[in-house]
Design a binder for this molecule. Structure first.
Ligand code: PLP
Length: 241
C-alpha cells in the first residue's frame, strides 16, 4: 500500500525546495494529483489530506469518477488528456479544467456544449514542446494562431499552456522543452490578439517537476510519486468488480 498522505507531503516538499532554489514563492505552484487508473479508495486518501482537484487523462474514466464522487464536497476533476470532439459533451458536463486543448474544432465544440449546460471551463492549450511525433499538442509556432481565435468562445476561460517534456535522462533536453514554453508564454502575453490570460504553465510530472519549476511551472501534474506505479491503463475498471 502506498502512503498517499506521506507521498503528497514529500512531493509538496520537493516543490517548495525547487521554488527556494530559484527564489520563487511556493504559493505560485499548485500540485495537481493525477489519479488515472487508481481507485476511489486511494483518491479518497488524497481528498482527506486536503486535495480537491484531480487530474485524469481519459474522459470515460473521469466521468465515471465524477459520478461516483458527487457526495464528496468540493471535489473537482481536471481532464489532462487529448479530447476527441465526440467527447466534448461529457467534458462540458463535469470538468472544472481542461488542460489539453489543441484545436479550434475542439474549442468550438466545447464552447457550444458548455453554453448548453450553462457552464464555463478553465482551459490550457497543450503544446508539443519536444517535437516528438507521438506526442499530442500544437507545435509552438501554431499556438498564436489558435490563441487569436479563442476570444470568440465565451464559455472558455483561457488560462495558459500545458506540455509534457521529452522523456529523457538528459536534463538539458528536458529543460529546453520547458524553456521553449516559457518563451511562448512571454510571446502570448505580449500579443494583443491572443485573448485570455496566459499565467498558467502546466509542466512537470513525477520525474521532472523540479526542473519544470526552475523554468517557471505554475502547475505540476503528479501521478506515480503520489499513488505509486500504474500497472495497467484499465486498472481502475478492475477495482469496480
Ligand atoms: C499520467 C500523466 C501525468 C503524471 O505522470 P507521472 O509520471 O505519473 O507523474 C502528467 N500529465 C499527463 C498529461 C499525464 O497523462
Amino acid at each position: 500500500m502506498e502512503d498517499v498522505r506521506g507521498n503528497l507531503a514529500a512531493v509538496r516538499a520537493r516543490i517548495d525546495e525547487a521554488c527556494r532554489r530559484v527564489g520563487r514563492d511556493p504559493g505560485g505552484v499548485r500540485l495537481l494529483p493525477v489519479s488515472k487508473t487508481h481507485g476511489l479508495d486511494v483518491i479518497r486518501e488524497a481528498y482527506d489530506a486536503g486535495y480537491r482537484r484531480f487530474g485524469e487523462n481519459r474522459v470515460q474514466e473521469a466521468l465515471d469518477k465524477w459520478e461516483r464522487t458527487r457526495d464528496w464536497p468540493g471535489v473537482e476533476w481536471a481532464v489532462i488528456g487529448h479530447l476527441q470532439t465526440n467527447k466534448a459533451r461529457d467534458v462540458a458536463r463535469f470538468a472544472t479544467e481542461f488542460q489539453a486543448l489543441d484545436s479550434l474544432k475542439v474549442a468550438r465544440e466545447l464552447d457550444r456544449r458548455l453554453q448548453a449546460e450553462g457552464r464555463s471551463l478553465d482551459v490550457l492549450v497543450q503544446v508539443n514542446s519536444s517535437g516528438e511525433s507521438q506526442k499530442s499538442g500544437l507545435a509552438p509556432e501554431d499556438v498564436p494562431a489558435l490563441a487569436h481565435e479563442l476570444g470568440a468562445f465565451d464559455a472558455l476561460r483561457v488560462r495558459g499552456l500545458m506540455t509534457l517534456a521529452v522523456r529523457s535522462d538528459d536534463r538539458t533536453q528536458v529543460a529546453a522543452c520547458f524553456g521553449r514554453m516559457r518563451r511562448l508564454q512571454e510571446r502570448l502575453r505580449q500579443d494583443d490578439r491572443a485573448a485570455g490570460g496566459w499565467d498558467e504553465l502546466s509542466m512537470g510530472m513525477s520525474g521532472d517537476l523540479d526542473l519544470a519549476i526552475e523554468q517557471g511551472s505554475t502547475c505540476v501534474r503528479v501521478g506515480r510519486a503520489i499513488f505509486g506505479e500504474r500497472s495497467d491503463p484499465n486498472a481502475y475498471w478492475a477495482t469496480l468488480g
